[in-house]
Ligand binder design. Structure first.
Ligand code: UDP
Ligand code: MG
Length: 244
């Protein structure tokens, strides 16, 4: 039996990822055999020519759309901005550094077609870079899980599929800390798959210590309070077409 190709939005936050984006774009285009695709690239206030790289990709590929945020806001807000503007019947969010292999997306689609509205990709290996982060990460999870009624797995990532039906309640919550927590609060049918995290394609982690601490503090505050609502995240630049 042949099924129609699903309409999918591939949403990628990018902070100073100019070096790796062309390779990512190529790997995403390779999925055109199995999906009706748009690629939504969000420039999270980069200073390395990421926006220019996005413009170039969008010029060469009609199915790529670029969105630019006014300033660096962290990947969680960049993801929510991208999800809000995606047009597909499902959205797959993935990192720009190819640590979330696009080749696994057909498996995620299979789980979605099996009835899951959320498909979470959990890491098999502990992909933690650096001694300091290696020490801080378990402390963060211990504290988070002590405060939060919804447990956060140390294996969780931002590689996930989100059904169209889950988008509106998600993007109305721009003050919340982690997309993972927002998704959990929806309590929709969820499938969880495991994957091995490959090394970063270019550069090193964009999470330096200040950004890591800011993100962790925000996540902990949102777990404790929980922070509801919030204004839509403003987009200051757009380029390209994407899905109609
Ligand atoms: N990212 C972002 N804004 C930031 C930091 C990171 O949009 O302020 C993006 C980054 O470009 C990548 C993803 O979020 O696509 C995950 O970042 P990174 O790979 O640096 O994190 P790690 O894998 O070390 O957790
Ligand atoms: Mg990474």
């Amino acid at each position: 039996v042949t099924q129609a190709k699903p309409r999918l939005s591939l949403v990628v936050p990018a902070f100073n990822e100019a070096a790796g984006l062309p390779e990512l774009a190529r790997r995403l285009c390779a999925l055109d055999a199995v999906i009706d695709r748009e690629t939504v690239l969000i420039d999270d206030g980069s200073s390395d020519g990421t926006w220019e790289a996005i413009v170039e990709i969008a010029r060469a590929d009609q199915r790529t759309r670029g969105l630019g945020l006014a300033r660096n806001s962290g990947s969680q807000r960049a993801l929510l901005a991208g999800i809000a503007h995606a047009r597909g019947d499902a959205i797959v969010t993935l990192d720009a550094d190819l640590q979330h292999p696009p080749e696994l997306i057909p498996k995620m689609i299979e789980a979605w077609r099996g009835g899951a509205e959320i498909v979470e990709m959990e890491r098999e290996n502990d992909a933690v870079d650096g001694a300091l982060r290696g020490m801080l990460t378990p402390a963060f999870y211990a504290l988070f899980n002590w405060i939060s009624p919804l447990p956060l797995s140390p294996r969780s990532t931002d590689f996930r599929l989100i059904d169209r039906r889950c988008v509106a309640p998600l993007v109305a919550q721009t003050r919340a800390g982690l997309v993972r927590t927002l998704v959990q609060r929806l309590a929709r049918p969820t499938a969880t798959l495991r994957f091995a995290v490959p090394p970063r394609f270019a550069g090193r982690s964009r999470y330096d210590l200040p950004l890591l601490l800011r993100t962790a503090t925000h996540a902990l505050a949102a777990a404790a309070l929980p922070l509801d609502g919030g204004a839509p995240i403003p987009i200051v630049r757009t380029v390209g077409e994407g899905l109609p």
